[in-house]
Design a protein around this ligand. Structure first.
Ligand SMILES: [Zn+2]
Ligand SMILES: [Zn+2]
Length: 307
């Protein structure tokens, strides 16, 4: 714990069982927990989010997007433990981003995570679509990567018949997204649930009330393998706003969650887009535009290569 990060809420015992051994304290949860009780506490938090926002209807087929990292690894594990009680079926989807050894390792770890959770994994690869994860014009590499994942994950989820696509976006991810929007002058907040359209399954974020670092602790405690090395294309600068909220949390325990709750009330939910849908005039896939993101990117990369 960093200096000055003295927490005022704990009494030196686990809030669930009273143990005082090896306590884990996340100010975001406002509670001290022992290593035995921590995973169940996080699962209850996720289950509460699923119920409150009606994320996965009874009897639905949910697909969880797994990257091999700790956020989606924790989400996969928690959903697998919750599926019987909430009555839904679960699959996993993974996109191989074609970033060499890192992507090979990510797919391997995603397979291990799914085998451990007894969940079937379906995968696709950007290489099969003729696109590359590389900067394009004014678009940095992370923006291209994000756009490709947002295009291919729902497509894969739809292909396997999923009703709902579950994403591993955490509380910190939501706050960073909101902050970037505010600084660009847009009062738009990410919706916890994006309803299904004619071209994509519903998209939900069950980790919106779970901080980043809690997923690291969760995977360590329940023994889930994760890809340890960072993405080779990772640009730390693009995540700098997370530091702002870490500092806020240090000065005001539970500040992140409070900020998120208030921002959600004052910001407009993101547009749900045009539900009419199209079939891409190039590849024929269902999409929100006349030409899908993947085909537009392929064309732009081909033009770029000719110059
Ligand atoms: Zn305990
Ligand atoms: Zn297309």
């Amino acid at each position: 714990m960093q200096p000055g990060h003295e927490l005022t809420f704990h009494d030196g015992t686990c809030c669930k069982c009273g143990s005082s051994e090896d306590l884990i304290r996340f100010s975001e949860f406002g509670k001290a927990l022992c290593p035995d009780c921590f995973p169940e506490f996080v699962r209850r938090r996720i289950e509460g989010t699923l119920r409150r926002f009606r994320m996965i209807p009874k009897g639905a087929h949910a697909a969880v997007a797994v990257s091999g990292g700790s956020d989606s690894g924790a989400l996969l594990h928690a959903l697998a433990r919750t599926r019987a009680r909430l009555n839904f079926s679960l699959s996993a989807v993974h996109i191989d981003m074609g970033l060499g050894e890192y992507s090979r390792r990510s797919l391997q770890v995603a397979r291990q995570q799914c085998a451990g959770a007894n969940v079937t994994l379906h995968d696709d690869a950007v290489a099969r679509h003729g696109v590359q994860i590389a900067p394009l014009g004014r678009w940095p590499v992370c923006a291209v990567c994000g756009a490709v994942r947002r295009a291919l994950l729902p497509r894969l989820a739809r292909r396997i018949g999923a009703d709902v696509l579950c994403m591993g976006h955490t509380l910190d991810d939501q706050l960073q997204f909101m902050m970037k929007n505010i600084l660009s002058g847009h009062a738009i907040s990410p919706a916890p649930v994006l309803p299904a359209t004619s071209y994509a399954p519903a998209k939900v974020k069950p980790l919106i009330q779970v901080p980043d670092q809690a997923t690291d602790t969760y995977v360590r405690l329940v023994g889930i393998p994760t890809v340890a090395e960072p993405c080779p294309r990772f640009v730390p600068d693009s995540h700098r706003f997370k530091d702002v909220f870490e500092l806020l949390e240090q000065h005001a325990p539970m500040g992140k969650l409070q900020f998120w709750r208030v921002l959600r009330k004052v910001m407009r939910p993101a547009d749900e887009g045009d539900d009419a849908g199209h079939l891409c005039s190039v590849c024929g896939e269902p999409t929100s535009m006349p030409v899908c993101t993947i085909c537009r990117l392929r064309q732009a990369q081909q033009e770029d290569a000719q110059h």
